[in-house]
Design a protein around this ligand. Sequence first.
Ligand code: HEC
Length: 133
Amino acid sequence: MISRKITRLFFPLLLATWDGSSAADPRTTNDGVYTEDQADVGEILYAQHCLLCHDKKYFRPVLKRWEGQPIGILYTVMMTSMPESNPGFLTEKEYVDILAYILSLSRYAHGDTELDYKNGALNELTVEARQRR
Ligand code: HEC
């Protein structure tokens, strides 16, 4: 029992720090990884394609469950399964804009650079519990 608990506590930490590259300090969702404009674009897309089934509160617990994991996995899940009625309907850029909006809904701070799906960037980015700054 105890060792299971420890695994549960530390596994996300391991994932967060275990980054195949040499980066000593992997980026997380607390590092201002999307822009305000991008979240605004995402909000419109969200209203058109997602709001029907997911109210704005839906993603808070979802992001919590994804803590410690690369956000790229959530992105892939979204893209391949949503909207439920028409998976893959949007472009990669549109899905990533929606993801930026989802981060803003959970009050992650925005920054100067857009969230980018290219070159596996999302796999280098870990979902981390939001930190108040
Ligand atoms: C027609 C209804 C419908 C629409 C529209 C829809 N979804 Fe979903 N979505 C669901 C259902 C049903 C599930 C699985 C059950 C659940 O977890 O609520 C789900 C699950 C998800 C999950 C998995 C959550 C988890 O537990 O990890 C994500 C992410 C998601 N939706 C994102 C989106 C996004 C982004 C859009 C808009 C592009 C969207 N959905 C549009 C019905 C919908």
